[in-house]
Design a protein around this ligand. Sequence first.
Ligand code: FMN
Length: 367
Amino acid sequence: MPRFVLEYLEGGAGEEATLAREREAFAEWRVMPRTLVDESQRDVSVEILGRKAPLPLAVAPTGLNGVFVRPADTALAQGAALAGVPFIQSTMSNDLMEGVAGVPELRHWWQLYVFGGEEIWQELVDRADKAGCEALVLTTNSQIFGQREWDSRTRDASDRPSLSTIFDAALHPRWLATTLGRGMPAFVNVIDFIPKAHRGFFDSAFWIREQMRRDLDWSDVAKIRQRWKKPLFIKGILNLEDVARAIDSGVDGVILGSHGGRQADWAVSPLDILPRAREMVGDRIALYVTGGIRRGSDILKARALGADAVLAGRAILYGLCAFGADGVAKAIELLKTEMMNEIGQYGVPTLDRLSRDILIRKDELPL
Ligand SMILES: Cc1cc2nc3c(=O)[nH]c(=O)nc-3n(C[C@H](O)[C@H](O)[C@H](O)COP(=O)(O)O)c2cc1C
């Protein structure tokens, strides 16, 4: 795929310090494997919202997937359904919510961005309910778009694709044929809210960015909580004060994360605050993390440090880009296979026996 598409998938904001920290934080934890433990019955399955899942994972919401393959959101949903894990569809997705909802066996969650007038989020929430979505994920860390320098580099002064971007695209005929050859992707779930004059691809993206509710606060969470009766998560928390606030706000879960390093620069990693967040949350609400998950061992570390489940973004998108729905299912299967192997290596055959005791921070070494 062209460089600007890969940059969109992989890039972070600003210095990309937050992005780098997400991987560093995983690397700071080492395992002290146990031995002479009966490992004949290994199991990494869990319950997610009261239903069995083969591993503690949901497919993270990602917008603009239509630049990778077509149809992308449907393929993500199909892959997630095949693997038996929830798929969280983004407000900025390119396939219609109601169409995706028709994917057999899908556990469909909806990710909500709040922009424009109240009627927009209200309608989206009502549609998600009607489409049978199982949970709502309110993303709260993106009201101001992150400073993604690679993004502006690909456009000229009038915000159109630069000559080098167009040239780059032309050098990738297979990608062109399977994506832009079918027209520019559209934000089909929200396009009707956008004034007719701004419905072009770039214009609509910038319009929504401009309309993101800068004054979004806890009173909006209360309003959304009142309208949406099923499980509600807040996504994008990285401060323990906000964790405390969330516990009292009536939501069912908190997803610690930095939007994959694409928003605030120099932020902590979700893993850095996870043990304290778990202490605060106890078993009152669910606690998930998102950011930097690349391997089954990362999921095990997150679980050992207190996460109920993780959301993976890029790791799954790589599968999508390579082989569509089958690639998505394969990426999830790989994560599960790695987890199954590693828990054997660690001498911890089931997830309920996994705890922080198995881990040590590198700066605590030597013992
Ligand atoms: C290409 C891309 C698009 C994203 N779009 C959204 C989005 O529309 N809504 C949202 O809540 N998070 C979005 N995110 C953040 C992801 O949900 C997730 O938190 C992040 O990718 C986690 O990091 P990982 O990619 O290292 O797993 C996006 C991330 C990427 C990489």
